[in-house]
Design a protein around this ligand. Structure first.
Ligand code: TYM
Length: 337
């Protein structure tokens, strides 16, 4: 059977990009028969970028409530916190010891920090922690711990999943003796939403401060964010350029094919950007409003969410504990008798 796994880093408030790139496709995949799903809060990953404990705590609750509000069924899915599974950091170490440093040198997140430092005349590794440098190994441990074959993510994560494959292969070759410990994971990227643009047209990202929050701030928060989407200065009545418009790209992800067609035709015929934004809000609200209502109920019951996550951790460890024991044996860490 198919094993689907994905995680979200708990360093911020979930945004539309997280929803369309990971949460929505992952929940759809979890409903396909013969699929086992593993969705988790990447809270160890959060510590790489965020040294503010209150923020990590808030983010964990918000992201957990978001998954549940978006339709995750805890009976059907193993839903847990990375930091509740001690086998993951232990596997991280086993994998670190077979991972070439050169592979990590090529990781985008690390390279982006180095490039930014060089551009500003700083030392290449200024502000780069070992956590950031080794980030892809921990992510490989997340995936390989559950032998996931499919990982629904946005485009920015593809390289990490390719690295997880490399690391899995290396471990299998070194220790497998002909039989493989790890399945080779594949990224599942929905081309239409591979990179959802943000307010300014760049990739929607916490680090660019251009996100549209999913539920935070309520319906008003959503309207206010949409109002800040940057458009060209063509006036109502003037034909709009729809190719390359990020407002249209966001609309597309929530609209039916008929609506997409009509929206383009209306814009070409002179629909004003203000009216276009109102239509965008309505189309988003159709999908998000019922979820937001559940989100607001859930966020008010942290003890309930805590219970769901603890039950998830028990289920996750039923898989992680025996696999880790086999791996320890394989590398030479067997008990002596
Ligand atoms: P993170 O928390 O940055 O993002 C969570 C998910 O949201 C997707 N995403 C987007 N998709 C489309 N358009 C966008 N603008 C956009 N912004 C974010 C991301 O691609 C991701 O799928 N390293 C991961 C978390 C992680 C993980 C894992 C994922 C840790 N271990 C194991 C999968 C498997 C991260 O930081 O994602």
């Amino acid at each position: 059977s198919l094993r689907v796994l994905t995680g979200i880093t708990t360093s911020g408030i979930p945004h539309l990009g997280n929803y369309v790139g990971a949460i929505r496709p992952a929940i759809a995949a979890s409903r396909v028969p013969d699929t086992e799903s593993f969705f988790f809060l990447a809270d160890y990953h959060a510590l790489i970028k965020c040294h503010d404990p209150a923020r990590v705590e808030r983010s964990r609750l918000a992201i957990a409530a978001t998954w549940l509000a978006a339709g995750l069924e805890p009976e059907r899915v193993t839903f847990y916190r990375q930091s509740d599974i001690p086998e993951i950091p232990e596997l991280n170490w086993l994998l670190s010891c077979v991972t070439a440093k050169g592979l990590m040198n090529r990781a985008h997140a690390y390279k982006a920090s180095v490039d930014a430092n060089l551009a500003s005349g700083a030392e290449p590794d200024d502000g780069v922690t070992m956590g950031l440098f080794c980030y892809p190994v921990l992510m490989a441990a997340d995936i390989l711990m559950f032998n996931a074959n499919r990982v629904p993510v946005g485009r920015d994560q593809i390289q990490h999943i390719e690295m997880a494959r490399d690391i899995a292969q290396r471990f299998n070759n070194l220790y497998g003796g002909g039989k493989d410990f790890f399945a080779l994971p594949e990224a599942a990227v929905d081309e239409q939403v591979a990179t959802l643009p943000g307010l300014d047209g760049r990739k929607m990202s916490k680090s660019y401060d251009n996100t549209i929050p999913l539920f935070e701030g309520g319906a008003k928060g959503l309207r206010d964010a949409i109002a800040r989407i940057v458009t060209d200065s063509r006036l109502p009545g003037e034909p709009k350029e729809v190719e390359g418009s990020h407002l249209v790209a966001i609309y597309d992800v929530f609209a039916t094919p008929d609506e997409r067609h009509t929206f383009r035709a209306d814009l070409r015929a002179g629909l004003g950007w203000g009216d276009a934004k109102r239509q965008l809000v309505d189309t988003l609200e159709r999908e998000l409003a019922p979820m937001r209502e559940r989100y607001e109920q859930l966020i008010a019951q942290p003890e309930k969410i805590e219970q769901v996550l603890q039950q998830g951790a028990v289920k996750a460890r039923e898989i992680a504990t025996p696999l880790l024991a086999r791996l320890r044996d394989a590398v030479g860490l067997k008990p002596m008798l």
